[in-house]
Design a protein around this ligand. Structure first.
Ligand code: FES
Ligand SMILES: [Fe+2]
Length: 353
């Protein structure tokens, strides 16, 4: 049984929720290019075939272990640098140049890939069971997107993510003059939404002014996928800003993050609004990212004393704890390493005495 103090998935370096995690900006991977990627502790070779389709395969060649990102894209497949074995777009070995036919069968492991929001996403399972993160009010809408910062945080993505629904700290850290209260809705097994249900108070002249642009509640909505990718929707009724924080854990439990800005695509003459709106969205994103930087450098997250006001965080954790985890293995490797280093330490201690 998992509990808030001892969760099994939330903030755990040895468990990976089976889902999509960001890999590259699409524009950084041109056709015919292969790149190495440390992806949630695993070494991958990610390449775009000549057909424009991105493929992600395990990095090390089954022959002698050369990193396939040292090799070359060949058509829609990949050819190893070392002895030039070729694996086709499905990962099957199709050519050993020193032989007429391969004569052996071999397949490298590959992972599902999707491109969305100008970003390459890789799935941590054999077959994708759901789609890449979606912002409910933008479902089915043609989008324009751009990028904000990419960043590293010293703690697990789940800990970074809950910051956006930590209503309690909006006043203590960000000095927000507005109370935020969330209504929670589990969209499906991997996705959960938190919508603010408070109105802007009319206590100050500028609050009174802003409240004219909100017919109902103050728009502040957060949607999470797999506890690692989250999008915030804020702004007056005539202009919602959408910011996606795409995070992935490293094997050490740190966070590699990418900020993606999204807006419905304006067409024709109105297309000049796209970069303007995206720039405004970027400024909003920067505002959100500011303020908490220092705490993420030193926090050792332990939820030993949850209080009623932490309700939305509790719901986030409870939802995450029920999500399917991937057969990923970097956690076990870390554990092995810990056991090994403990054994080494105790051996050294014995030698010293
Ligand atoms: S190591 Fe890849 S072909 Fe030999
Ligand atoms: Fe914050």
């Amino acid at each position: 049984m998992s509990s808030l103090a001892e969760p099994k998935i939330f903030n755990q370096t040895n468990r990976v929720v089976e889902s999509w995690y960001w890999a590259f900006k699409s524009k950084d991977l041109k056709p015919g290019i292969v790149k190495p990627l440390k992806f949630l502790g695993k070494d991958l070779a990610v390449y775009r075939g000549m057909d424009g389709v991105v493929r992600a395969v395990e990095a090390f060649c089954p022959h002698m272990g050369a990193h396939l990102a040292e090799g070359k894209v060949d058509g829609n497949g990949i050819r190893c640098f070392f002895h030039a074995w070729k694996f086709d777009e499905h990962g099957s070995l199709v050519d050993i140049p020193c032989r007429k036919t391969p004569g052996i069968s071999e397949k490298i492991k590959s992972y599902p890939v999707q491109e969305k929001y100008g970003t390459v996403w890789i799935y941590t399972g054999e077959k994708a069971r759901h789609d890449v993160h979606e912002i409910p009010e933008l479902a089915g809408v043609e989008l324009a997107s751009s990028f904000g910062n990419s960043f590293i945080k010293e703690c697990h993505p789940n800990v970074v993510m809950i910051n956006a629904i930590d209503a309690h700290h909006f006043t203590s850290v960000h000095k927000l003059p507005v109370d935020v209260k969330f209504e929670t809705k589990a969209i499906n097994q991997t996705r959960i939404q938190f919508n603010n249900v408070t109105k802007i108070p009319k206590t100050k002249w500028y609050l009174k002014f802003f409240s004219r642009f909100y017919a109902h509640n103050l728009t502040y909505s957060m949607v999470y996928s797999a506890g690692s990718t989250g999008s915030v929707t804020v702004g007056p009724d005539f202009l919602h800003c959408h910011i996606i924080f795409a995070l992935r854990p490293t094997a050490e439990g740190k966070t590699e993050g990418l900020t993606i800005l999204v807006t419905p695509k304006h067409k024709g003459i109105f297309s000049i609004f796209n970069p303007i709106i995206l720039f405004a969205t970027k400024c909003v994103g920067n505002y959100f990212a500011k303020g908490d930087t220092e705490v993420f450098k030193t926090i050792k997250f332990r939820f030993n004393r949850p209080i009623k006001e932490d309700e939305s965080i509790i719901k986030f954790i409870q939802h995450l704890e029920k999500q399917p985890t991937a057969d990923w293995g970097f956690g076990e490797k870390l554990l092995e390493k810990t056991v090994e280093s403990l054994a080494r330490e105790s051996h050294e201690e014995t030698q010293m005495h």
